[in-house]
Design a protein around this ligand. Sequence first.
Ligand code: A3P
Length: 293
Amino acid sequence: EKTVHRLSLIDVQGVPLKSQIVNNLDSILQFCPDPSDLLIATYPKAGTTWVQEIVDLLLNNGDAEACKRAPIINRNPFLDSCLSPPLPSGLDLLKEMKPPRVIKTHMPIQLVPKGFWDNKCKVIYVARNAKDNVVSYFYFDQMNLTHPEPGSWDGYIQKFMKGQLSWGSWYDHVKGYWRERKERNILYLLYEDMKENPGREIKKIRRYLGVSVSDDVIERIVQLTSFKTMKDNPMANYSFIPKLVFDQSVSLFMRKGEVGDWVNHFTPAQSQMFDEDYAKQMKDVDIQFRFRI
Ligand code: A3P
């Protein structure tokens, strides 16, 4: 069996990306979607998989069996595929699929292939409050053996604030899509809203996609996409990724799924320092993230 190794990050227009992505950057940026394709964009660990599962169920009228057909990476190819061989590249998977396709990306808005905007594709963006996002990313970087070593928690917070983690600055990422949301017709969702009232948020997605799905089916989708159900669903919980890529004995992909877990990780001093920096970095934008619900 091949071994994977932790990849290094390379700066692309101020955004640190894994070497493997940089090696394929031209083909990623030249990817030409069909106008019927849908893009799900997030900063890593904001709730990507959750929204992917919701969208897939909406497009299949809540038919869970249809959604269990294949692991989530095969149903919704990852455009900027972070996964290593023996896993297939997202671009290769996309070539084999017929539109309409649901495509996942972690690229900041300026690195999304132009074709998505030219073709007026629908785009769903999901954002999560910075503190829970960095906690989730810290655990993920420990178990994702293709990402650089996370190092200490204290150092990790610093890297997050400076935008030195894979896919760059959380602040630039969430702001970039926010500023363009009206102009480019992006549905901008918040993880905290989804936790607070998943049915309400799933109905927003239903309206945006323009699918006719009954309220009863929406209720079923709420159940099928609960944290517990997805955690136990082998086609959604990433257990299909070999242990040499995702070592879930270190930390589960479906780790906790809560709002406010950051209080269990930030010391009061770290929290204060983070808040001060946050106020500076977010002063030019009016997104209201909730750190507790
Ligand atoms: P935690 O590490 O805080 O548990 P992504 O899919 O973008 O990688 O995000 C993963 C995060 O979303 C993890 O957060 C994971 O547990 C959480 N998550 C996944 N499915 C979820 C669900 N159905 N409900 C709530 N949180 C979910």
